[in-house]
Design a protein around this ligand. Structure first.
Ligand SMILES: CC(=O)N[C@H]1[C@@H](OP(=O)(O)OP(=O)(O)OC[C@H]2O[C@@H](n3ccc(=O)[nH]c3=O)[C@H](O)[C@@H]2O)O[C@H](CO)[C@@H](O)[C@@H]1O
Ligand SMILES: C=C(OP(=O)(O)O)C(=O)O
Length: 427
């Protein structure tokens, strides 16, 4: 296991190119199971969650060819089982998309309950409610969800909570159902639109993705396709926050500025300069950071996956700021790590109150989850002195080449192996 060693205090300057979106890739790769032909998927981020979901597909019998670092071809013809190995699926959140995709193809799926970042309870009741509305029955035994159906039949489904995962999973099963499925109170994130575009390019009939009512008219077959994944909204936002935290000047390239609107709005409120171009944004700061309040919400609200990175900015902003976490029950586990660096933050349930400090100091800390890990990197880049960040495997789930990208912006970040202390056993 490696750790990052970062010497802070250098403003980030230069250009960085954003990779394909993790949360689109981990939905689109399992969606390829539904195809009769080969799917060529471009702009795939080279991250561990993508490697894991690809390995699972291979394990099921799919042929996966790496065309280059960011392009794969998936031939799902030889998938021979609807049972996903327990150990693999429970390591990542997006393995739950295998339920919808396998159900669409085999009318049966047996998949372990998913893993992913630990934000407290992460139920899948809305996914199961959706499958049941399409005619399926499910049971749970030995940590595996078993979902079966004789025939998928389109239905009207109202989601009780706006859920990205349930919206995508229901779409995956409903594309092969008989008749029309309508998902009401659907999530509207950019990766939902990307998945719908991917499925439509295979011959699906999905309308309304990006709004809260999605209509899916089932089709008998889906063909192979060539598709390029959208840029990662959260990776882009992370580099924007890093530029702002270090008082730098960074051109963030290969983005869809529309997807960044809520992030840009908060940076502007904090007196950070943001210039938008066709497919890039330039973020710079020379004056102090101004305080602001943030409430995370489903898209188009401020994304919960940007909450920890902005917490670092608020920890350094003048005055008192408040973050209200509107999506997850427990997404402030990283606050203890920021406190080690000198941040003044009080947490009460889903609300965190920040009293801005002049500077953070380097300290030994850890990544408690993926975006918390990104936030620790930002804090370390802005801090005085040296910070060591352990448990960076969380960060590798979602950020392609993060140390190289930061080094190209002038950051002093190194990856070094963690020394394991070995205690000699008395004979
Ligand atoms: C792989 C992936 O894309 N992960 C993202 C996805 O996670 P994920 O798909 O797991 O998140 P959801 O949108 O489903 O969850 C949103 C809220 O709905 C609740 N809920 C969800 C499903 C359900 O069946 N019942 C239920 O009550 C959750 O507990 C949470 O409070 O969207 C989250 C919200 O934008 C992001 O933080 C994650 O990065
Ligand atoms: C929470 C995230 O991912 P996952 O749902 O895969 O844990 C994330 O991408 O920030």
């Amino acid at each position: 296991m490696d750790k990052f060693v970062i010497t802070g205090g250098r403003p980030l300057r230069g250009e960085v190119t954003i990779s394909g979106a993790k949360n689109a890739a981990v939905a689109i790769i399992p969606a390829a199971i539904l195809s009769d032909g080969v799917c060529r998927i471009e702009n795939i981020p080279n991250i561990s969650d993508v490697s894991m979901i690809s390995r699972i597909l291979s394990e099921l019998g799919a042929q996966i060819r790496l065309v280059n670092k960011n392009t794969i071809e998936i031939d799902p013809k030889h998938i021979h089982t609807a049972v996903v190995p327990y150990e693999m699926a429970r390591r990542m959140r997006a393995s739950y998309y295998l339920i919808g995709a396998l159900l669409g193809r085999f009318l049966h799926a047996r998949v372990s309950l998913p893993g992913g970042c630990n934000f407290g309870v992460r139920p899948i009741d809305q996914h199961l409610k959706g499958f049941a509305a399409l005619g399926a029955t499910w049971s749970l035994d030995q940590g595996m969800v078993d979902v079966k159906v004789d025939k998928l039949v389109g239905s009207q489904i109202y989601l009780d909570v706006v859920s990205v995962g349930a919206t995508i999973n229901i779409m995956l099963a409903a594309v092969k159902a008989k008749g029309l499925t309508v998902i009401e109170n659907a999530a509207r994130e950019p990766h939902i639109v990307d998945l719908a575009n991917f499925l439509n390019s295979m011959g699906a009939d999905i309308r309304g993705a990006g709004t809260d009512v999605i209509k899916i008219r089932g089709v008998d077959r889906l063909s192979g396709t060539t598709y390029s994944i959208i840029p990662d909204q959260i990776e882009a936002g992370t580099y924007m926050a890093a530029a702002a935290a270090t008082g730098g000047d960074v051109l963030v390239k290969n983005v869809i500025p529309k997807h960044l609107e809520s992030i840009t709005a908060k940076l502007l409120e904090m007196d950070v300069d943001v210039q938008e171009y066709d497919d890039s944004v330039r973020v710079s700061r020379s004056g102090p950071l101004n305080r602001c309040n943030i409430k995370t919400m489903p898209h188009p609200g401020f994304p919960t996956d940007m909450q920890p990175q902005f917490a670092v900015l608020l920890a350094l902003a003048r005055g008192t700021s408040i973050i209200t976490e509107g999506v997850w029950d427990n997404r402030f586990r990283y606050v203890d790590e920021l406190r080690r660096m000198g941040a003044n933050i009080q947490v009460d349930g889903k609300v965190a109150v920040f009293e801005g400090v002049e500077a953070l100091q380097g300290a030994p800390i850890k990544a408690t989850d993926l975006r918390a890990g990104a936030a620790m990197i930002i804090a370390a880049l802005a801090a005085q002195g040296v910070t060591e960040i352990e448990e960076i495997c969380h960060i590798e789930r979602g950020y392609e080449n993060i140390e190289e990208k930061l080094q190209s912006l002038g950051a002093d970040i190194r990856r070094v192996p963690v020394q394991i202390a070995v205690t000699a056993k008395a004979q």
